[in-house]
Design a protein around this ligand. Structure first.
Ligand SMILES: Nc1nc2c(ncn2[C@@H]2O[C@H](COP(=O)(O)OP(=O)(O)OP(=O)(O)O)[C@@H](O)[C@H]2O)c(=O)[nH]1
Ligand SMILES: [Mg+2]
Length: 222
């Protein structure tokens, strides 16, 4: 399956401003400059739908992109941990990210992006532990795979998983991507479409149970 159409919808300064929807959404988070906005563009086969920059700190709002006529959304979030930001702005962004992750009931999966070249960093590990404590469904995506050869890339992923296994008994789904080369696109989209299907199935089941309850009540009254 593939995305049929994709369109920017709205930028919000906080979770209260996000669109009032009832469909699943998939958000991208990670350190500033890790490639969140580029990955959204790559998935949507667009060069400029999400704004990217060589300078960290480009994305400062919650950006909603509607997919397939609004049947699901991709969400671009600001990066965390950009040291050059002032304390005040850093805290403001942390609040925005936290508010979105903990309160957005439409969030079907949070994709946590890690630069494939880097050794495990404390800030990412702490973030992963934090979302784990709050039962946020998440996947890991190792980005910028084109910057390393396949052997070195796999070694970095393996080392990362080893580190994660020190605190996690089970690892989340893991993807490797390159927005430059389109790597990982189909795997990530397949995952999203499978989760969309699961959510649709469970909604149908709930609806079916509600109908059966109503039927039973009508029969009892007759
Ligand atoms: N070689 C390579 N460069 C990439 C890739 N993904 C992103 N970049 C580059 O990395 C830089 C940052 O990309 P963005 O997509 O803006 O990163 P971001 O995570 O959205 O950054 P903030 O919004 O500032 O948090 C840009 O110069 C991109 O061109 C990739 O897969 N390969
Ligand atoms: Mg960005």
């Amino acid at each position: 399956m593939d995305i049929k159409n994709a369109k920017f919808e709205i930028s919000s300064p906080d979770v209260k401003g996000c669109p009032d929807t009832d469909v699943p959404e998939y958000a991208f988070i990670g350190r500033s400059n890790v490639g969140k906005s580029s990955l959204i563009n790559m998935l949507c086969k667009s060069k400029k739908m999400a704004k990217t920059s060589q300078t960290p700190g480009k994305t400062l709002l919650i950006n909603h992109f509607r997919m397939d006529d609004g049947s699901w959304y991709l969400v671009d979030l600001p990066g965390y941990g950009f040291a050059k930001r002032g304390k005040e702005q850093r805290e403001k962004l942390e609040k925005l990210i936290e508010g979105y992750i903990l309160n957005r009931r439409q969030l079907a999966c949070l994709f946590v992006l890690i630069d494939i070249r880097h050794d495990p960093q404390k800030i990412d590990m702490e973030f992963i532990d934090w979302i784990g404590e709050h039962d946020v469904p998440f996947c890991l995506i190792f980005t910028k795979a084109d910057k390393l050869g396949p052997v070195a890339g796999q070694r970095h992923v393996d080392d990362y998983c080893k580190e994660l296994k020190l605190t996690w008994s089970e690892l989340p789904p893991i993807f490797v991507s390159s927005s430059e080369k389109g790597k990982g696109r189909q795997e990530i989209l397949d995952y999203i479409f499978a989760v969309n299907q699961e959510i649709a199935d469970s909604k149908n089941e709930t609806r079916q149970q509600e109908i059966e309850h109503i039927d039973e009540r009508i029969e009892a009254e007759e």
